[in-house]
Design a protein. Structure first.
Lengths: 230, 230
DNA sequence: CGCGGCTTTGATGTTCATCAAGTAAAGTGG
DNA sequence: CCACTTTACTTGATGAACATCAAAGCCGCG
């Protein structure tokens, strides 16, 4: 993990998202309460049970939010990308994290002292509303996706996750899976073996091509149908 | 549905929960932007897709939050009781409800004009923080419970839901189930037949007594064990 | 009284997890 | 850099857990 100190928050694309109604002077003092950290792929950003001292968000990269079940088994809650407020779930209601977070790709995280943010909320009502909005969307989306997946059969789930990476994350039909087969299983609640089996089925049915972690979706229409009816 | 207009919010037990940092004068003007409604058991309080105009909470009673899947099948997200902020999930991030809400027991709901609440958030920073806290807890809890249930087997799920009603809702070992077998199935993601089958198993194993909707838990220890290992 | 929804039980079938065993790939230490 | 170990991936065979289907009794309600 590498720490960066330069501060140009005023120009950051992020400002539009949530700090839109925060004044230039407020942004200035935020710089004094902020630091950035760069994590390499695979590194753990947050450990379940860690104390919460900062409000933070993902400036760049891809992470997984997960919960340890056994020593060798996790349960993945969701995958978050740039501009997602990954730590948001528990930040305002508890002193310690309920979930762990790890980098799936090299990632840059911005940390702002939680006390500073809480003060900003108190002083700047519009910022408070913007934050409520963002938080509401974040958790609502996690719930929606989990409900959605839980009612699909295994083929539907695999179709869903392929379309998720293709559509929501990489926006292309050819992409490298950022997670292992085991992690896919942990994310959509099935066994590793069945993830592999169904990927092979899809390959045999000419809907996708597979080369290790590289996936090409050759028949997105059929995949969408399987996702919907599944 | 019966509408009530009397206003004694200042004395309401609710005030402690979330309006603790709202001044007497603010509470006074809140009364002018508030109304209460009483729903009979079975009545629908919110319909998926309805426009959101109010911030509301459950003052008294028991409700289910659910999503329509097919015409005769729902997916129940959670059961909320007095002091729960049932409509909170979507209120601040969308204009229309994503879920339906229906009364499982006679229930009293307090509605406050959303615009008024948003103004209060802008003016009263501590109230904004209190709201963030509450909202964070609410959604976090829903996610936690759903994750928890999804990794249990069917016996574990039934044990869980019996302990939930016994411990969290009614705080006694003898209680009337507020929902049908079908609704239990929709809540913990299984079929009605298996809900019944496993309840019968538990009865044969002398862990519970069943008389229609009335349940008596005679061996809570064993039930807890089944819930944990399941 | 009869209809529809809820409950119950049994029989059957399918989906999916588990187990086993082997190959490939990726770290790790000498 | 190579032997070694561990972790990831893959396929097949088996069995268990669970859904589905069917049939009948029950209860509340118009």
């Amino acid at each position: 993990m590498e720490i960066v100190n330069a501060c140009n928050c005023e120009l950051c694309v992020f400002r539009k998202l949530i700090f839109n109604n925060v004044s230039a002077s407020e942004m200035g003092s935020m710089c004094e309460n902020k630091h950035e950290a760069i994590y390499k792929k695979g590194q753990v950003i947050v450990n379940e049970g860690d104390e919460i001292n900062d409000f933070f968000y993902l400036r760049e990269g891809l992470v997984k939010i997960y919960k340890r079940v056994h020593n060798d088994k996790d349960q993945i809650l969701s995958i978050a990308k740039s501009f997602d407020f990954v730590g948001m779930l528990t930040v305002f209601s508890d002193t310690h994290y309920h979930y762990s977070i790890a980098a799936l790709e090299d990632s840059t995280v911005c940390y702002v002292k939680l006390d500073f943010i809480k003060n900003l909320i108190k002083k700047n009502g519009q910022f408070a509303l913007d934050l409520l909005d963002k938080m509401s969307k974040t958790s609502d989306d996690i719930i929606k996706v989990k409900l959605d997946i839980s009612k699909k059969n295994l083929r539907g789930r695999i179709a869903y996750i392929l379309l998720f990476f293709s559509g929501k994350i990489y926006e292309t039909n050819v992409f490298d899976l950022p997670i292992s087969r085991k992690e896919i299983a942990e994310l959509i609640d099935m066994t590793t073996e069945n993830v592999i089996r169904i990927l092979s089925e899809f390959r045999k049915d000419k809907m996708i091509r597979i080369n290790g972690k590289t996936i090409e979706i050759t028949n997105p229409e059929m995949l969408k149908k399987i996702c919907e009816v599944g």
